[in-house]
Design a protein around this ligand. Structure first.
Ligand code: NAD
Length: 496
């Protein structure tokens, strides 16, 4: 944390259709994780900035909710096209502030665009239902209405996609919206909001306030904010869920993860290795759906161990802007130090390091936060690593005698974001799908990320709430149901 220096981009807020500087006394440096260069500064704004954004959103709401759904989605069609047209530009910004490769950044933006596309279906998706003659001459109707002002608080690892899990659905259903980006990666949304200035949204429909915990708390406490969407680590998700609840707000809070993959000996080992390698080490292991623990069964212990170690060792690690780079850095020096110390903990507690990615030398990027792919074998079931989300390119391997034992291992995990199975047995796959204790299931899939028209699930400590992000759940979350019971046809009705 530093005092703002004049030469750097100081990230402004977007309130009531205008860019407004924040006169914060504290600023966070935004650094390029591949080089360590400071590229911008995020203000740690305060309650007054939140209040201005929420009041602007509240003032815009009455007119926006009366705008027909068909008209509300027209700006989203324009946004889709603008995001398509600017995907290269957005991906470069994303790579510079987050560190993931350009290919990964573009894939992330693709999912953002898909969410905009799905929200364009709101005139159909938001419809209610009705039934005539629930009693003689009486009809009953369920209609959905928007809530009012809603807010989203998002993490650093998908700065281009996660805001779009919420924003398009929130505004298409007639709400007005306040976003708080991650203070570590505010630049992708700065650019996306610049694009949104051109899509014809009325002032105050979308707003953005930058900062950290103070902004989050002000959103949670503000009486005019009706709903909170949160994505981040489990302790903060739990806190946000509880504090939103205290104020009577609805909340959907996605938390951290520790994702398991079970590898059966009948799996296609070449494909398995490639897919699990991408899941564990893609985005430098900083995906909430990254495979973190591989549970091998039978001879997969040896075959998978050997092939994944070889594949991981050959990954090209470096600055994600460079051609051919397959894995970028982790987000910060602090994160690098934490990941490396967890590797050491694993070793101390009995794991064997098959591939050690600590303190690598990366030509041309020696000041970046790099940890190379790391594989720990034989992590004891009781070790600190078993339940700790590492959030770096580290794959732990454990061995189980059969599927029963492997599933029991998953059952003990405090998280339930994703579980995957690699096999060629339909019966094993069916059993796994039926019993695996996680919200997103992959069968021969390494990152089981639901498409935009399915909810992004999550169980146990990975999710607090009922309605998830994306698809129909988003419509449920951002609307409230009103039931109307009507008597008009007096001649057919009960006589008084
Ligand atoms: P984080 O919890 O540190 O921060 C998330 C957001 O909360 C940020 O906007 C931050 O400013 C705010 N915040 C941080 N500390 C806070 C506090 N004490 N009080 C109030 N607000 C606070 O998470 P992160 O490091 O940015 O992101 C990584 C985490 O997000 C990982 O745990 C990852 O698994 C999780 N994640 C989960 C999903 C999912 O779908 N379940 C998706 C992406 C990321």
């Amino acid at each position: 944390m530093t005092v703002a220096t004049p030469a750097l981009t100081k990230v402004p807020n977007f309130i009531n259709g205008r860019w407004i500087g924040c006169d914060a006394s504290e600023w966070i440096d935004v650094t390029n994780p591949a080089t360590g260069d400071v590229i911008a500064q995020t203000p740690l704004c305060g309650p007054a900035d939140v209040d201005a954004a929420v009041e602007a959103a509240a003032a815009a709401f009455p007119d926006w909710r009366r705008t027909p759904p068909q008209d509300r989605i027209q700006p989203l069609f324009k946004l889709k096209q603008l995001l398509e047209d600017h995907v290269d530009d957005l991906a470069r910004i994303l790579t510079q502030e987050n560190g993931k490769t350009l290919t990964e950044a573009k894939a992330e933006l693709r999912r953002a665009i898909e969410n905009v596309e799905v929200a364009c279906g709101i005139p159909t998706m938001m419809q209610g239902y009705n039934l005539e003659d629930v009693a003689r001459g009486i009809d009953e109707t369920m209609i959905r209405q928007p809530l009012g002002v809603v807010a989203a608080i998002v993490p650093f690892n998908f700065p281009g996609m996660i805001p779009f899990w919420f924003l398009p659905y929130a505004i298409a259903t007639g709400n007005t919206f306040v976003l708080k980006p991650s203070e570590r990666v505010p630049l992708t949304m700065l650019r996306a909001y610049e694009l949104m200035e051109k899509i014809g949204l009325p002032k105050g429909v979308v707003n953005m306030v930058n900062g950290g915990k103070t902004v989050v708390d002000a959103l949670l406490d503000h009486p005019k904010v009706r709903a909170i969407s949160f994505v981040g680590s489990t302790p903060v998700a739990r806190y946000v869920y509880a504090r939103a609840g205290e104020h009577g707000k609805r909340a959907q809070c996605q938390g951290g993860a520790k994702n398991h993959v079970i590898v059966l000996p009948d799996a296609d080992m070449k494909m398995t290795t490639q897919i699990i390698g991408d899941s564990a080490f893609g985005c430098a292991g900083q995906r909430c759906l990254a495979v973190s623990v591989a549970v091998t069964i039978g001879e997969a212990q040896k075959t998978f161990r050997d092939s994944i170690t070889e594949a991981a060792a050959s990954l090209r690690v470096g600055n994600g802007l460079e051609e051919g780079i397959q894995m970028g850095p982790v987000i910060s020096p602090h994160s690098k130090a934490r990941v490396e110390s967890l590797i050491e903990t694993g070793q101390r507690q009995g794991a064997k390091i098959l591939l050690d990615g600590r303190n690598p030398r990366i030509p041309k990027s020696e000041t970046g936060n790099f940890v190379k792919p790391t594989i720990l074998d034989g992590v004891p079931a009781t070790s600190e690593l078993t339940d700790t989300e590492i959030f770096g390119p580290v794959l732990s391997m454990v061995h189980a005698n059969d599927l029963d034992e492997a599933l029991a291992f998953l059952e003990r995990s405090p998280y339930g974001n994703q579980a995957s199975l690699f096999t060629s047995s339909g019966a094993a796959a069916r059993r796994f799908r039926y019993e695996a204790p996680a919200g997103n299931i992959g069968i021969n899939i390494g990152v089981a990320a639901p498409m935009a028209y399915f909810p992004f699930s999550g169980w146990k400590g990975s999710f607090f709430g009922i309605m998830h992000a994306q698809g129909h759940d988003a419509i449920e979350f951002f609307t409230e149901k009103k039931i109307v019971v009507e008597r008009w046809a007096k001649e057919h009705s009960r006589k008084f």
